[in-house]
Design a protein. Structure first.
Length: 292
């Protein structure tokens, strides 16, 4: 059954992109969760939607732009939105969280305007909102893979700096790390991963793939590196399971991926509770043995 699934090129493209996104989304998500910026992914996904809406409008309105890949404007808008968000965080130094709703509101407002100008929802826009098994072209696959490789390499090269900034920004600044530069780099990386993930997970659900596997990994991991590894494993399970179930059950892959991620989170929470009870009972038995 699985062999039959991979006989189609678009399915192979989708699964390759899914495997790639299943690594980089939880990888960046681990830093996002630690920095308490989980809603940032939501804000940038809405800005990506604005780029998609503009691209679809231009392709309908101007014939020379009919072949324009919406993914490219999604990348551009998400990157621009990340830079603007960082600028707003600096402007509202004591109220940095305001940058997130401001960017989210801008993205939604801009999206609604251009969606209405493009005569509302269509099949293309629906696939960007909720993901699609059949929508990933070969050019999308290569673009997303290149972006993901760049993100992965940058994270590896700047891991120490990003780790320090995530856990102790004051110490990082004292150590001579140029926090603003690395914050901008980090925001751009997040924007690129969000724009890359929307083909599989969908714009409205992409933040879930960056946070739910991490939330599950935190429950059972010992240390930050272990959290990243476990989150990536959970992310891959969710993506692959979601894509297979979406194909055979004719569902939107974004919803399937998110629901599997939620089930993994519930499982880890139950496992942690049972583990704590077992440890307490074990210690009780040991103390009882010692007292005897």
């Amino acid at each position: 059954m699985i062999a039959t699934l991979f006989q189609y090129e678009f399915i192979r493209n989708t699964f390759i992109v899914g495997l790639v996104i299943g690594v980089v989304a939880p990888l960046l998500g681990s830093f996002i969760v630690v920095r308490k910026l989980s809603l940032m992914a939501d804000a940038l996904s809405h800005v990506s939607l604005a780029g998609i809406a503009v691209s679809l409008f231009l392709s309908k309105t101007y014939l020379p732009l009919a072949g324009l890949n919406p993914l490219y404007l999604g990348f551009a808008f998400a990157t621009g939105g990340s830079l603007l968000m960082e600028r707003l965080r600096s402007a509202y130094r004591h109220f940095e969280e305001l940058a997130i709703p401001i960017i989210m509101s801008f993205g939604m407002g801009f999206s609604v305007i251009f969606i209405s100008l493009a005569n509302g929802f269509n099949t293309d826009l629906f696939s960007y909102l909720f993901g699609s098994v059949s929508a990933v072209s070969k050019s999308d696959m290569w673009s997303i893979t290149v972006i993901a490789v760049i993100v992965f390499v940058v994270i590896l090269l700047l891991y120490k700096e990003l780790f320090l900034l995530s856990f102790d920004e004051e110490y990082a600044r004292v150590s001579g790390i140029r926090a603003k530069v690395f914050d901008v780099i980090f925001m751009v990386l997040v924007a690129l991963v969000i724009a890359s993930s929307m083909r599989i997970v969908g714009i409205l659900l992409v933040s879930s793939l960056m946070t739910l596997p991490v939330a599950a990994a935190i429950r059972i991991a010992n240390g930050f590196k272990q959290t990243i590894i476990i989150a990536i494993v959970f992310g891959e399970i969710a993506v692959l399971g979601g894509l297979v179930s979406a194909y055979y059950l004719d569902l939107a892959p974004g919803g399937s991926i998110v629901m599997i991620s939620v089930l993994i989170l519930i499982f880890t929470m139950i496992y942690q509770k049972l583990r704590i009870k077992w440890i307490i009972s074990k210690r009780g038995e040991e103390n009882g043995t010692v007292s005897e």
